[in-house]
Design a protein around this ligand. Sequence first.
Ligand code: ADP
Ligand code: MG
Length: 284
Amino acid sequence: MNAPLQGHTVSKPNAAAQALLSVDNVSLEYRTPQRVVRATHQVSFEIDPADRFVLLGPSGCGKSTLLKAVAGFIQPVEGEIRLQGQRVDAPGPDRIVVFQEFDQLPPWKTVKQNVMFPLLASKTLKRKEAEERALHYLDKVGLAAFADVYPHTLSGGMKARVAIARALAMQPKILLMDEPFAALDALTRRKMQEELLLLWEEVRFTLLFVTHSIEEALVVGNRILLLSPHPGRVRAEVHSHQYNLHSLGGVAFQESARRIHRLLFDETPEAERELDFSDIRIAY
Ligand code: ADP
Ligand code: MG
């Protein structure tokens, strides 16, 4: 069970309001003919509008599986996922996923056609409006001048921006990102984190972001859910709204990173219980 032991106070400032997304005691499994693999065990969290909510944990702890369940590709074997109170049981245009591989952009379509494609395929908009919407979001990610080029002419960072523009153009209720910058070099990755935050400042979308990097979680997120190694269980939730790229290397940032590392990997987190972290909810 994930029982909150301490300091749940800041986790939900307005408890009366309905969460945008509720993940309620969710266990996820893969069944192969040989065996059943439990990917997550009784995971619960809630995301409020305009949260930048991060799932953080070591490789194999079930982050991608959780994201796929929120997207509606996988059904829980236990528990329930609700979007604005409605049970999630299938994929839908209100939840758009950006994956790590940017070569998900069909190479025979121009950048603009790539961004327009989901809008047309889902019959969200007619061609004219889809084109306007695509250009609007390409402008937001700084790629207006590249609307008519083909993806193979773009750098990795630019492809990432196209993928983000394409997702945001659908105006989903929640944007789901699975290690979206992991394949980029370190400098481009940092730049993309910065651009994502600037974009969030402007558009205020709701984000569920998966990473295994503590540093990236602190920079990108306002709330971070720490998951234990396989099968993923909730270890703790940490508030990190005070950090951005300018905090990197600072004393408070480093201390938070160390603390998260301890929470993630310590087998005996008793020591943490004695300390007063008002910004942490710990679950065991
Ligand atoms: P993460 O994204 O945190 O690295 P995943 O969600 O990809 O973790 O995987 C969680 C667990 O589920 C891992 O043990 C992984 O091996 C297993 N798993 C993932 N996908 C499948 C699959 N298609 N079939 C069987 N097991 C899987
Ligand atoms: Mg993964």
